[in-house]
Each structure stands twice: as C-alpha cells, then as structure tokens.
Design a protein around this ligand. Structure first.
Ligand code: BGC
Length: 742
C-alpha cells in the first residue's frame, strides 16, 4: 500500500526526530542541517546514515526483497516509502495482481505504447531517445512507479533471440549512445530507469540455466559497454541482473557486480534481481544483489502467510546475519543503496506529477516510429505509394490488423489505443481504394504457447490471390509477431524463415501481381529467399500506439524514411557469427555455451570475414538521395589524449527533404591483437531540405580506439596506422582515410 506522505521528506525528518525522542537512550540520530557549502548529495548521504542508525536488522532485511510481484517494502514507522516497479521498456505495463502474474484488472492503467527499442536504435537519433525516455518517464511517474524496468541493452548476437526487439541492436557504440539519453529522460521525472539484463543474456533458450563462456575481450568490448555508458554517462539509478550464468556463477549475484559494476565503474545504485533469478542467500548477500524479486517459493504462496519471507534475502538472510555467518555490513550497503534510490525518486519532493497519454506522448511515439522505419528495397521507386483516384491497393497479411502490443512476455502493454497498419492506411488514403484480406492466420498468442489457427488457411490463401489479382498495388503486411517462439520472451525462434506459410503466399501473389511491397513487422532479421518477389521492403518493427499512422506517413511519402539497420541481416543463418560455430556456440548444450565468434559480433564478423550480408548494419534507403563529400580529418597524426575531428559536407541531391545518417568507423591496420576490420565510433543524423548542404563535424576521442588488453586486464591504445571509414552504411563507405597514432 502506498503511504499518503510519500513525497514528504520533511515528514520523514520529523518522524525521525520523534523517533529519536522515543528511543533516546537506544541509538542516536545525528542532527542533520544542510551546512553552508554542503551539497544535497552530502545531505542525503548524511540522512541515509542517520536512518541506517535507527533501523532494526529486521527492517533492513525487509527492504532487500519483494513484498509483492512488483513492489518492495519500505519502513512504515519511519515514513520510508515502498518501492514500486513496472516493466518497461516500451511503455508502463498494466497493473499486475499483488501475488500472481494475472492482470489486476484496473480501468485507469492504459498507457501510450512507444515503439520497441529496435526501432529507437534504428532511428540513430539520440535526441529522440531523450524524448522517448522523458515521455515514458512521465507516464511511469503518473502511474506512481519509482522504477521503470528498462531499457534493455543486451547485444544482438543471433537473430533467433526472442527478445531482440527489446534491445538496442548489435553494436556497443550505437547501444551506448542511444541508451544514455533514454535513461536521463526517464530519470528527469524522478523515476529510476533500470538497465537490464546484466549480463550476457543474449538468448532466451535455456536462459534460466545456460552458462556463458566468453573471452574478457568480448565481455568488455562488446557486451558491457552499453551498461558502462548507462552507469557512467547516464547515471542510471538501478540495474537488473540476468537469468543466465557466466563462468559458472549466476549473473544476478556474480562477482562482476562488485568488481566491475560497483567498484570499477562506481555504480552507486541498486541491483535488482530478474524475476526469479536469485539462487542463494550467501551469493546474493556477498555478490552485489540489493533487491530480490520474483523468486519462486515452491507453492508457499498459497500455503504460507507471506511467502516473500522465504526469499533468499529474507528470513534466511536475517538468520545468517544473526548467527554471524554473514556480516551486517552487507545488508547496510544494500540498504544504503535502496535509500539512495528512494531519495532520488519518491522522496524527491521536486519531482513533477507526471502525465499519461498526452498528445505530446503520442507524437513522440509517432516520430520515433517514422524515424526508425527502414527502407530496405525500393525497385522502380515502388514507395511512396501515391493516393490516386482509381488506384486499387490490396493490403494482405495478418499483421495489417494484429495487435502487436499484446504478447511478447513482460514487455506486453495495455495501450489506450493501437492504430493498426490497416487503420493508419485507411485514415491516410482518401482517394485510392484499399481492400484488405488476411492471407494467413497464425493463431492467438498465449504466454508459453501458440494457440492453433482457427480459420481455414486454404480459403485465406485463395481469397488473397483473388484480391491481389484485381489490385494495382499489393502491400503485404507480415513478418513475425509476439507469439511464443516468435519475437517473444521465454524462448527463442525455432526457424529463421518467415512463419505461417507467408513465403508460399508471397510467391502465389507474385504470380498474379508483380507490384508487391512488403512491410516487415519484426524485431529480428528473417530469411529472405523471396526478396526478388517484392519491389519494395520496409522494415517496420513493432511501433506501438501510433504504428498505423507512422506506417502511413512513410508509405504515403508524408515522411521520408531515414532509419538504418541496428543489426545485420544474414542471408542464411550460418552466415551469422554465433551460428557459424554450430551448437556449441548457439544455443549451447543445455549446460554451457561458448561465444566462439569472440569480438566479431554482427557486422564485425561480416566485414572481417568478407561475407556479404543480406542487409548490412547501418543500411537504410531514403526517398531522396544524399551525397557525402569533402571528408577530412583535422590531423594526420594523433596522440592518445587527442580528439579526431572529422568534417564533411552532406548534401540532399534528391527531390524531397529527408535525413541521412553519416557513420564513421575506424579500424587498426596490422594490429598485434585480433581486431574487427572496422568499428563504429561516431555518427550523425543530418536533416536536409531538398537541395541543401550542411557541414557536419563528428568528434572521436582517440581513447575510444582502445582494446581490452588481457595481459594487463585494462584498456590499451595501440600505436601505429589506422583507417577511418566514412559512409552511410557499414558496407557503403565513401572514403577511407589513413592516420597514425604515436
Ligand atoms: C524479465 C524482465 C522483467 C521481469 C518482470 C522477467 O521475466 O526477464 O525483463 O522486467 O520479468 O516482469
């Protein structure tokens, strides 16, 4: 239950003073006054000290574990509020029952669904990421949440991972750049972001038990940078552990939490377990877990008064401290962090009240969606499709009308509305005739299974061919969905191909109509043997509340596509690095898996091994044409502390306004250690009216060129020759420039 005085820090002080009067003779509360020159941080830290001094051991332990599915206890007698959490990461989840996963059935918890994080990453637009985070934070605040369980920054290692849609792609620099403004935006509202899942949770299959073996270089260079940026640049207030193991230890209470996260990076926030990822009192106590959530208690939920008391960080923790097996300092450190989070959130009397479902939020959702849609193919300028009288547009495919905010696992949302692609197109197209037919049916999604289709697939097929035959243009709206074994939590995809007979249907349509554009609704790459059967392809992700409007913006040409792929699309699965090493690498043998591709994840693999992807990282077309010219760097030689200044001109030489994403990659020539050919080190999204030209500067710290040196367990910058590559996709480089580090 929420306390009525949750925002009132002076009340807390008052209660503490009263308590002091009552208990004087026991522990004393230090008198706290903001001294001249004392910062509010120092003030809060002093307050926290004073609170810890008066908490009983029972009260301290009570702070470190759940009291319900999504909340943890406060200390009512001192006015210390409970901590309320909600998923994340694309919107604030509906209220869940106190003690069960069922929906609580509230009528006032419908929200704005923002586009999935793959779409945000594809926007390559950090400013929009801040707007996204801020709007989402406002909604979380309005819904009285203290922690929003997102964003997710697990690296896209395989297209089979059911949860890739919740993450920011395959590149650590892109994910780091995009995650920081999101976190800041959320936290501006006095709501903590919770970056997840730390670490190496790169597949859902066997996620509860798989042990990841990976080199230190891949760990530090590929899998940790976005978390590090979240901590050091985003100042994130909480972080979630993961389910899997790493080098034999569960990641939720792993020595890397103390060593890397809290010690090396200076994280002063709260580590929260994933729901049910805690496994041991001793490890949780010793290895950095601060709040334990979601632990299964073997049916105690029905048999015991309060099964939360049986969590690893509940009674067993209390007992171990009391009998001296574990030191009280351990719980004090956890409590200090939790109180710090409470001061940053619910006891921050300056935080605004938040907002829900405002026009601004819907506009942000639409803008992110239009900015993130990627135009993959556009033969004969298939897109945009003009709204002409007499034009017959067939819209075929289940995803034209399927609700995509339901399903998918914990990121499932209850939006106030969700504009389907069909609805969006119908709203936009006033002159052309739109005829819709389903084409195939996938079956409803349930949590851990897919329910069978209920309609006759043959009839759907025949009808679709009939409709396609009579149309001038076919928009095929298909892809994956949020059902189990598709883009969904809990397990991975089972096949790389398009499911539900879509390939057959597309081939059939192509025989009667050559004018086909495919709107691919997925959070993952799919096999595209059918690519020549389409004239245009748009990668439209999962777009949330405003999906249909954003799709209509792009299809009609009201907006010009400017998204770029945040991960590579392989032609076949074995072209992907993780899969090329076989099962030992993905998905492992049920006990262990070895990240054999090491640092060569995503485009790093394609580039270095000279394998042509279907579509490359950073790739995306526009309805306009751009030219990048006059590319220069400010020096030929740099020292380790220097910055490299890249200047260039971007011109819009096409016929519409639009944006281009200029990308700068750097690679070491003849390195003494294993390296990718090149790595993304800077980018800039430049908006230009038609005919316009802008001079752009991209600055790169030389220190960013460091590799993780396992000989010294630290970062090293190698001297010698490097190449800087500038282009508008990882496989479309306009200029390569040599420079030297000395
Ligand atoms: C997911 C988390 C989520 C949590 C709470 C877990 O199954 O892995 O990402 O925040 O549930 O719903």
């Amino acid at each position: 239950m929420r306390l009525p005085f949750k925002n009132n820090s002076s009340l807390l002080t008052l209660i503490l003073c009263l308590h002091f009067l009552l208990v004087s003779g026991q522990k004393k509360i230090p008198q706290i006054k903001l001294e001249k020159g004392q910062t509010s941080t120092e003030f809060i830290e002093a307050k926290i000290d004073s609170i810890i001094a008066v908490l009983t051991l029972e009260e301290k332990v009570a702070l470190t574990h759940a009291q319900s599915k999504f909340s943890a206890k406060g200390v009512a007698r001192l006015g210390i509020p409970e901590v309320w959490m909600s998923d994340g990461p694309h919107g604030v989840r509906e209220e869940i029952s106190w003690d069960a996963w069922s929906e609580a059935g509230w009528t006032n918890d419908a929200i704005t669904a923002f586009p999935a994080l793959t779409c945000l990453a594809a926007s390559f637009n950090p400013k929009l990421s801040r707007d996204y985070g801020f709007s989402l934070g406002e909604e979380a605040r309005y819904r009285e949440k203290d922690i929003l369980l997102g964003p997710g920054v697990n690296i896209y290692r395989t297209p089979m991972n059911g949860r890739n849609f919740e993450y920011l792609g395959e590149d650590p620099f892109l994910a780091s750049t995009m995650v920081v403004p999101y976190i800041k935006g959320v936290q501006e509202n006095g709501v903590a972001a919770c970056v997840k899942h730390f670490a190496l949770n790169n597949q859902e299959h066997w996620r509860d038990k798989i042990n990841v073996e990976v080199s230190d270089r891949a760990l530090y260079e590929i899998y940790l940078p976005a978390f590090k940026a979240a901590v050091q640049k985003g100042n994130v207030w909480s972080l979630m552990g993961a389910y899997n193991k790493f080098r034999g230890q569960y990641t939720t209470h792993h020595k890397i939490l103390n060593k890397i996260l809290k010690n090396d990076w200076g994280f002063d926030g709260v580590v929260i377990s994933d729901w049910g990822s805690g496994h041991s009192t001793k490890e949780a106590a010793l290895y950095g877990l601060d709040i334990e959530m979601g632990t299964g208690t073997d049916g105690l939920g029905t048999g015991a008064d309060n099964h939360y008391e049986y969590y690893y960080l509940a009674k067993p923790f209390l007992k171990a401290i009391k009998n001296g097996e574990l030191s009280e300092d351990l719980v004090d450190d956890k409590v200090r962090r939790i109180l710090r989070l409470i001061y940053r959130t619910s006891l921050n009397s300056n935080r605004a009240l938040g907002k829900l479902n405002t026009k601004e939020h819907h506009e942000v959702a639409r803008k992110v969606a239009t900015d993130g849609i990627v135009l993959l193919k556009n033969e004969d300028n298939f897109f945009p499709v003009k709204d002409k009288k007499g034009l017959k547009i067939a819209v075929i495919g289940e995803n034209a009308t399927r609700d995509m905010t339901r399903g998918g696992g914990s990121s499932q949302l209850k939006p106030l509305f969700e504009i389907s692609p069909l609805e969006g197109l119908k709203t936009r197209y006033k002159n052309a005739a739109i005829i819709h037919t389903m084409g195939y049916e996938s079956g409803a999604s349930a949590y851990d299974k897919t329910l069978p289709a209920t309609l006759n697939q043959d009839s759907l097929y025949v009808k679709a061919i009939e409709v396609a035959k009579k149309a001038d243009v076919v928009l095929f709206i298909g892809g994956l969905n949020k059902s189990y074994h598709q883009d969904s939590e809990g397990d991975d995809r089972e096949v790389f191909a398009l499911p539900y007979g879509q390939e057959k249907l597309l081939n059939g349509i192509n025989e009667v109509n050559k004018n086909v554009g495919f709107l691919l609704v997925t959070g993952n790459a799919v096999a595209m043997p059918w690519i020549s059967k389409t004239k245009g392809i748009l990668q439209t992700w999962y777009l949330g509340s405003m999906a249909g409007h954003a799709i209509a913006d792009i299809v009609s040409g009201d907006a010009n596509p400017s998204g770029k792929l945040p991960f590579s699309f392989p032609k076949k699965l074995t072209d992907n690095a993780a899969h090329s090493f076989g099962e030992v690498s993905y998905p492992g043998d049920g006990v262990n898996q070895y990240y054999k591709e090491d640092i060569l994840v995503g485009y790093r693999w394609f580039d270095t091994k000279e394998i042509a992807p279907q579509f490359a990282f950073g790739y995306g077309l526009s309805y306009s044409d751009f030219k990048i010219s006059n590319i220069k760097i400010d020096q030929k030689k740099y020292r380790i502390n220097d910055k490299i200044k890249v200047t260039l001109d971007v011109s819009n030489i096409g016929s519409r306004p639009g944006s281009e994403v200029v990308q700068v990659y750097i690679g070491k020539h003849k390195s003494k250690v294993k390296r990718a050919l090149k790595e993304l080190k800077g980018f800039s999204k430049v908006y230009l009216d038609k005919g316009d030209k802008k001079n752009t500067t991209i600055t790169i710290d030389v220190s960013q060129l460091a590799y993780y040196n396992t000989k010294i367990s630290d970062w090293s910058v190698e001297k010698g020759t490097y190449y800087l590559y500038v282009g508008n996709a990882s496989n479309n480089i306009v200029k390569k420039i040599k420079f030297v580090l000395f």
